[in-house]
Design a protein around this ligand. Sequence first.
Ligand code: PLP
Length: 401
Amino acid sequence: MQNQDLVQLAQEFGTPLYVYDAEKIISQYNRLTKAFSKVENFKVHYAVKALSNVNVLKLLKNQGSGLDTVSIQEVHLGLHAGFNPKDIIYTPNGVSMQELETVAQLGVQINIDNLSILEQFGTKHPEIPVCIRINPHVMAGGNANISVGHIDSKFGISIHQLPHILRIIENTKMHINGIHMHTGSDILDIDVFLYAAEILFDTAIHFKSLDFIDFGSGFKVPYKKGDIETNVEEFGRKLTKRFLAFEKEYGRTLTLAFEPGKFLVSEAGFFLAKVNVVKQTTSTVFAFVDTGFNHLIRPMFYGSEHYIENISNPKGKERYYSVVGYICETDTFASNRRIQEIHEGDILCFRNAGAYCFSMSSNYNSRTKPAEVLWYNGKGILIRERETFEDIIRNQIEVEI
Ligand SMILES: Cc1ncc(COP(=O)(O)O)c(C=O)c1O
């Protein structure tokens, strides 16, 4: 899609606005499946948390994707979108036994990441197949918040506790049909993936009735020009070779699964915001936009650098700007960034706004959430209405005070 299309969508639907390019999502999906085309049973479970609009889920379902979910609400979203429960994996962290049982009753594949629940679940429901999330103790991921497979991480069951896991299985006679890990997001080096994969293979060999091995995710996408990205094709070649060898050792074919979020939807997203005020101070030129960390928190939360372009003045001379929001706290999207000359009323476009952007938005400062548009077959289709004041007040109960 072109910049003029984005400007037009901002005019038609107003700002702030999230726009998702369906074609990009589909091409990323195809790129990943092609990279693993030599694996007989390859499955992608899209990580719903990245971008959970039901239309995006349906789009991915049409490509043949399954879903990775982390809450019962995400499971319901997936079922609502028409997914077969068997194509949904549920990988929660620290949820109650009751939530896990409810999801399992829906026919969804559950993934357990602690010994306590594993033992309770196996004792009560030995007939329900369960996947186990392993913590391989690998330090991976772009920053501390998204590095989840290291030794101090709260995620997964430590590989050093493998004897405990095997004892629970022996005692309960429960059926383990999958082994899983997810070491973090934004992993720069494919050797880290491959190293962690070896640990997973070493673990998997101890389980006699597996159907699948899930390698989680962590594919890095470029956030700005010249940025590193995971070489998915090279990774596909290397892991495929290793996986096929493991299948031989294991004695039968298995499904190789991944659960990418960012890889599939990050680059497909554009966040459009209007410049309310240009403020020149003694040291800085601030461009204040009609949004804040209530709508896009990644720069403040993770220090992510989203490429920002002035799509109202694409040929303008570049100057240095600090792009800031309207929230009553420091909410800096970019500091002293070179952007085409900005005037009040211009539309700025934030790139890589597909993953963990709308889905992490809030109503802080009692601001309403933006609308979402899907760019599909050359047309912008509204897929979420802009919130109104009614949405802010809806669940509040006014009592006599
Ligand atoms: C268990 C699990 N799987 C998959 C993902 C998706 O990761 P990414 O968006 O980096 O692909 C995450 C992200 O937090 C996760 O926690």
